[in-house]
Design a protein around this ligand. Sequence first.
Ligand SMILES: Nc1ncnc2c1ncn2[C@@H]1O[C@H](COP(=O)(O)OP(=O)(O)O)[C@@H](O)[C@H]1O
Ligand SMILES: [Mg+2]
Length: 251
Amino acid sequence: MTKQLILDNVTVQFGGLKAVDGVSTAIAMGERRAIIGPNGAGKTTLFNAITGVVMATAGKVVFEGEDVTRSPVHARAAKGMSRTFQITNLFPNLSVRDNMRLAIRGLSKAKFSLLGRPELAAADDAEAERALGLSRLVGRSDTLVKELSYGEQRQLEMAMALVARPRILLLDEPAAGLSPAERVIVADIIRSLPRDLTMIIIEHDMDLALGLVDWVTVLNNGHLLVEAAPADIRGNKDVQDVYLGKARRHA
Ligand SMILES: Nc1ncnc2c1ncn2[C@@H]1O[C@H](COP(=O)(O)OP(=O)(O)O)[C@@H](O)[C@H]1O
Ligand SMILES: [Mg+2]
């Protein structure tokens, strides 16, 4: 299988802290990968190093054959990397449609204009409807974001990440803070996204994560602890020690 994303000894150091410490892995075209691990394991920082929000202080990030370790966020986005953030990142007083337009314009030079030429707006709105459909928000374009449920807001963030027609989608805790019923919806959305779209999902909830992916990477203290198939994660002694052990202590 062709490797789409290769991480070679990726390290991110903040002062004296190595938040990500020598992580190497490779993700195949079309693969669905979970990254799990206790709080503070370095999961979000690894996403940041992949997408360019922070730069790796050592190691290499290779995307589709190109070394992007030092490329800025927009250059990696232009190559097809798209992500959602752990913390919601929406404009609450704008409608769903306007948030979608901003997401689309964010990809182009007309980024700060909600006005512009009407025929462009029509094309944008068609693309927005496509992405809203994938995220099960059809018919919600006129709703103000602050009137959406929290679950719908997370769905909107996925829709905003999908307008770029990404080649790889990185989801940072897409179900964080959701009710069990809302989690089911998010899981269904993720399952029904195009199968050729590569996905990396950070998820704290193991039940959710293991049901969505082909392969699992476990981080602990910035290190890659284990990589295994979902079926082999729960029974893994190292995973039980760091992940379940900590989860129990913190519960
Ligand atoms: N910008 C930053 N500056 C300093 N320390 C950071 C920064 N971002 C994350 N950290 C630290 O790096 C470690 C890993 O954080 P993070 O990647 O957010 O973990 P996770 O997403 O697995 O919970 C934590 O100890 C966190 O406090
Ligand atoms: Mg995180």
